[in-house]
Design a protein around this ligand. Structure first.
Ligand SMILES: NC(=O)c1ccc[n+]([C@@H]2O[C@H](COP(=O)([O-])OP(=O)(O)OC[C@H]3O[C@@H](n4cnc5c(N)ncnc54)[C@H](OP(=O)(O)O)[C@@H]3O)[C@@H](O)[C@H]2O)c1
Length: 338
C-alpha cells in the first residue's frame, strides 16, 4: 500500500492545471488520484497531447463528493467565484485545499469591492495567504491556503524588504510585465496572436485588481499604508514575469545588503548581481531579485515564472508545508533557459 498523499486537481485543462500535473508526476510524496474540468468525459492526453506516453487518466466532471472519496488534498486551478463553490464543499468534508484563484486572498470588503459577492464567508477568515517566505508557520497549520496572484508574488517579494525605509502613504510605482499565459487559456482579443505578437502594451494601468492584494499584504505584514501605483503590461512571450519597482528610501541604506539579510534563509529567493531576466527563472520556483542604487533612489527588479512561482509550483510548496514535508520537495530549480 502506498503511503503517498492522494491529491486531486480541479481545473486540469487550464494552464496552471497542466503545470500542476507536470510537477506532481515527479513528486515523491503526492499521488494524483483525480483530475477534472467542467465537463469531464475525456482523457488527459486528449486535452494535453504532450502528456502522451507520460501519464494518462480519465478527466472527470468536477464533483466534490467524488473528490472526497479519492483524495485528501485538492488543488483548485479554477476561475475566481467557481473556486469558492468547490472549496466550501471540500473544507466541509475535511479535505485540505490550495486555491489558486483570488477567492480567499483578500479580506471580505476588499474582495467584494474588486471581485464579486463572497459565497464562503465562513471559511474566508480561516484561509492563510500562501506566500511561504512570510506565512510559513501559518501555512503548516492551514487547511485552506490562498495561493497569491502572480503579480503580487513578484511585487511583494521585491518591495517588502524596503517597506520599513519608506514614509507612510508614499507613492510607489510598480511596472510589471507578464507573458500571455498569465491570462489563462480562454481566447480574447487582448491576448490573440495578432494583438500580442511583436507588440507590448499596458492594460488596466493603476486599476488592476492585484493592486489591493499588494496593498493589503503590505499593511498586514509591515503595518504601513503605501500608495501603490501598479501598471501591468503584456509582453509577447508565453511565460515569465518581470517586475520593476522605483522608489526613494528615507535613510541611507546598503540596498543589496538589506536584500541579502532579509532573505538569508530563503532558498527560493536569489539576490542576483545583474538586472534579472525571465529566462533564468522560467521553469523554476525561484524569484530572482536585483537592486541598483543611486543615493536613496532604488531600482528593484524581480523575475518569476508566472505559471510556476506565480501559481503552480508555489501551490505545491504550500501543499508540501501543509503536509509536513520540506517546502522544496519535488520543486524544480532548473531553468528552461536557453
Ligand atoms: N495563468 C497564470 O499565470 C495564473 C497565475 C496565478 C494565478 N492564476 C489563477 O489560477 C486560476 C487558474 O488559472 P489558469 O490560467 O490555469 O486558467 P485557465 O487556463 O483559464 O483554466 C481554467 C480551468 O478551470 C476549469 N473550469 C472552469 N469552470 C469550471 C467548473 N465550473 N468546474 C470545473 N472546472 C472548471 C477549466 O475547465 P474547462 O476546460 O472545462 O473550461 C480549466 O481547466 C485562476 O483563478 C487564475 O486567476 C493564474
Amino acid at each position: 500500500m502506498s503511503n503517498k498523499i492522494d491529491v486531486a486537481i480541479v481545473g486540469v485543462s487550464g494552464y496552471t492545471g497542466l503545470e500542476l500535473i507536470k510537477i506532481l508526476i515527479n513528486h515523491p510524496n503526492f499521488n494524483i488520484t483525480y483530475v477534472s474540468n467542467s465537463e469531464g468525459g475525456v482523457s488527459l492526453k486528449d486535452i494535453h497531447p504532450m502528456l502522451e506516453g507520460v501519464i494518462d487518466m480519465q478527466v472527470q466532471k468536477a464533483d466534490a463528493n467524488d473528490i472526497a472519496k479519492v483524495a485528501s488534498l485538492v488543488f483548485l486551478a479554477l476561475p475566481h467565484k467557481t473556486s469558492m463553490g468547490f472549496a466550501k464543499q471540500l473544507i466541509a468534508k475535511d479535505l485540505k485545499v490550495v486555491d489558486l484563484s483570488a477567492d480567499y486572498r483578500l479580506e471580505l470588503d476588499l474582495y467584494e469591492k474588486h471581485y464579486c459577492p463572497h459565497e464562503d464567508k465562513e471559511n474566508l477568515p480561516l484561509s492563510v495567504y500562501g506566500l511561504p517566505e512570510f506565512y510559513k508557520e501559518d501555512i503548516k497549520k492551514a487547511s485552506l491556503v490562498a495561493n497569491p496572484g502572480c503579480y503580487p508574488t513578484a511585487s511583494l517579494l521585491a518591495l517588502l524588504p524596503f517597506v520599513k525605509y519608506l514614509n507612510a502613504n508614499q507613492s510607489i510605482f510598480i511596472d510589471a510585465k507578464s507573458g500571455i499565459s498569465g491570462a489563462g487559456k480562454k481566447l480574447s482579443d487582448l491576448t490573440s496572436f495578432v494583438t500580442v505578437s511583436e507588440n507590448m502594451f499596458a492594460y488596466n494601468p493603476l486599476k488592476h485588481r492585484h493592486t489591493p492584494e499588494i496593498i493589503e499584504k503590505i499593511e498586514l505584514l509591515e503595518n504601513k499604508s503605501l500608495k501603490i501605483n501598479f501598471v501591468p503590461q503584456l509582453i509577447p512571450v508565453t511565460r515569465g514575469m518581470l517586475v520593476s519597482v522605483y522608489l526613494t528610501v528615507n535613510e541611507n541604506i546598503d540596498a543589496v545588503q538589506v536584500l541579502k539579510d532579509y532573505y538569508k534563509d530563503e532558498e527560493f529567493i536569489r539576490i542576483v548581481s545583474n538586472p534579472v531576466n525571465i529566462k533564468n527563472t522560467s521553469g523554476t520556483n525561484f524569484c530572482d531579485i536585483f537592486v541598483a542604487q543611486d543615493g536613496n533612489d532604488l531600482f528593484i527588479n524581480a523575475s518569476i515564472d508566472n505559471l510556476l512561482r506565480g501559481a503552480s509550483s508555489q501551490a505545491v510548496v504550500n501543499a508540501n508545508l501543509m503536509s509536513g514535508l520540506e517546502e522544496n520537495t519535488g520543486i524544480s530549480k532548473i531553468a528552461y533557459a536557453p
